[in-house]
Design a protein around this ligand. Structure first.
Ligand code: TXA
Ligand code: MG
Length: 333
C-alpha cells in the first residue's frame, strides 16, 4: 500500500474525510501527538487501526469528538466531567466516562469496558476532519505499538508508511505529549495518565485529583511500564553523563548536551520536543546509551517523566498485560 501525504488544505482535508467515511484509517494531527483515526462505529475501520499498529486488541482507544455535545451522544458525563470539559475542551484532556446505551461504538474501541475515553482535540485540522466527516473518530497515537508517539507527519511515515492509506500533514504537534486521562470515582477525579493538561491546572479549579498512576491498579491498560520505547537504553536523572553516553539535556546547566529539550528550562517547550528528541537521539545512538537530565516533577514535568520512565523501563515489561491486569490487579514486572 502506498501511503499518501495529504496537504493541510481543502483538498487534503476532503481526501482524509473521504477515506475515513469509506472506513479506512488515516493519520491526523492533533495538538498532542498524531493519531491514527478511524470511524469509531465501524468494526472493520477500527480493526484496521489495530492491524496497522500491531496493537494488542484489548487496549481500548480514545474516541475523538468535536465538542461536549457530541460527547453526550456517546457517554454519560456527570457534573464534574462537564466542568472539566468546559475548562479544558477542546484540548489535551481525555475523560473516561460511562458508555451511553445505544452509542453504537465498535466493541473494539472500548475493548469490552463499560466506559469510554473521550476527547475533543484543539488542533484546527482535527476539528475540520471531525466536523466535515460527522464521525466520532477512534484514534490511538499513530505509531507502531510499543514505539515512540509521532509528533510530525515524518514520524508517522517512518513508522507506518506502507501500512496506512494516508497521513494529513499538519506540521509539528504543539503540545508533544499525549492527553491527560482522568476517570471518575463517585465525586472524585482520578488521574489515570499524566499528560498535556497539568494536574495543577485541574486543582486550580478547586477540584481534587487522586493520582492513580503510581498506585496498585492498572485502569488504563496503556499504563504498562514499558510503552514508549526507543531502541536505545535510557538512563534518567543524570547530572553528568559518562563519556560513552549520548546526553539529552534539560535546562541551562546542560551546556554540553548533544540535544537540549529546553535550554531555558521551560517544561512546555520540553514536552513539545520530547518525542522528536527521542527519535533523533535513538537514530544517533548506535549502541550507545542515552543519558537524560533530571526533569522537575511539576506541571508538564509529570507527563514528561512518566514517558521517560516508560522509555527507560526494561523491555520485558513491554509485554501485553494479562487479562486480569486490565481489570485491576498488579502488572507482573
Ligand atoms: O493525546 C492523546 O491522547 C493521543 C491523541 C491521538 O489523541 N491518543 C492517545 O491514544 O494517546 P493511545 O491509544 O495511545 O492511548 C490511549 C490510552 C490508553 O492508555 C488506554 O488504555 C486508555 O487511553 N483508555 C482508553 N479508553 C479507556 C477506558 N475506557 N478506561 C481506561 N483507559 C482507557
Ligand atoms: Mg500511544
Amino acid at each position: 500500500m502506498f501511503t499518501e501525504r495529504l496537504n493541510a488544505d481543502d483538498g487534503g482535508i476532503a481526501r482524509a474525510v473521504a477515506l475515513l467515511r469509506d472506513g479506512q484509517p488515516v493519520a491526523i494531527p492533533t495538538e498532542t501527538v498524531y493519531g491514527l483515526a478511524a470511524d469509531a462505529r465501524n468494526d472493520q475501520a477500527v480493526a484496521a487501526i489495530y492491524a496497522a499498529k500491531d496493537r494488542p486488541s484489548f487496549n481500548p482507544l480514545i474516541v475523538h469528538v468535536p465538542d461536549f455535545d457530541a460527547a453526550q451522544d456517546i457517554a454519560l458525563p456527570n457534573d464534574l466531567a462537564a466542568t472539566l470539559a468546559q475548562a479544558f475542551w477542546p484540548g489535551p484532556l481525555t475523560l473516561v466516562l460511562p458508555l451511553r446505551d445505544g452509542a453504537g461504538l465498535s466493541g473494539l474501541v472500548t475493548a469490552g469496558l463499560p466506559t469510554v475515553g473521550l476527547r475533543a482535540p484543539a488542533h484546527p485540522l482535527a476539528q475540520r476532519v471531525l466536523r466535515d466527516s460527522g464521525l466520532a473518530l477512534a484514534a490511538p497515537s499513530a505509531n507502531p505499538s510499543g514505539k515512540i508517539s509521532p509528533t510530525s507527519a515524518d514520524h508517522v511515515l517512518a513508522g507506518l508508511s506502507g501500512r496506512i492509506p494516508a497521513v494529513l500533514d499538519g506540521g509539528m504537534a504543539a503540545c508533544g505529549v499525549e492527553s491527560t486521562i482522568v476517570g471518575f470515582e463517585g465525586d472524585q477525579v482520578v488521574l489515570l495518565r499524566p499528560g498535556g493538561v497539568a494536574v495543577e491546572d485541574i486543582a486550580a479549579l478547586g477540584i481534587a485529583v487522586r493520582d492513580r498512576t503510581k498506585g496498585e491498579t492498572i485502569t488504563a491498560p496503556g499504563q504498562l511500564a514499558s510503552h514508549y520505547a526507543p531502541d536505545a537504553q535510557l538512563r534518567l536523572g543524570v547530572e553528568q553523563p559518562t563519556a560513552d553516553e549520548l546526553w539529552l539535556g534539560f535546562g541551562p546547566q546542560a551546556v554540553d548536551a548533544d540535544l537540549n529539550l529546553s535550554a531555558k528550562g521551560d517544561l512546555a517547550e520540553a514536552a513539545a520536543r520530547l518525542f522528536a528528541a527521542l527519535h533523533q537521539m535513538d537514530a544517533r545512538a548506535q549502541g550507545r546509551r542515552i543519558a537524560v537530565s533530571p526533569i522537575p516533577e511539576t506541571g508538564l514535568g509529570l507527563a514528561i517523566n512518566d514517558r521517560l520512565r516508560r522509555a527507560a523501563a526494561p523491555r520485558d515489561q513491554a509485554r501485553p498485560p494479562s487479562a486480569d491486569s486490565i481489570t485491576g490487579s498488579k502488572p507482573s514486572a
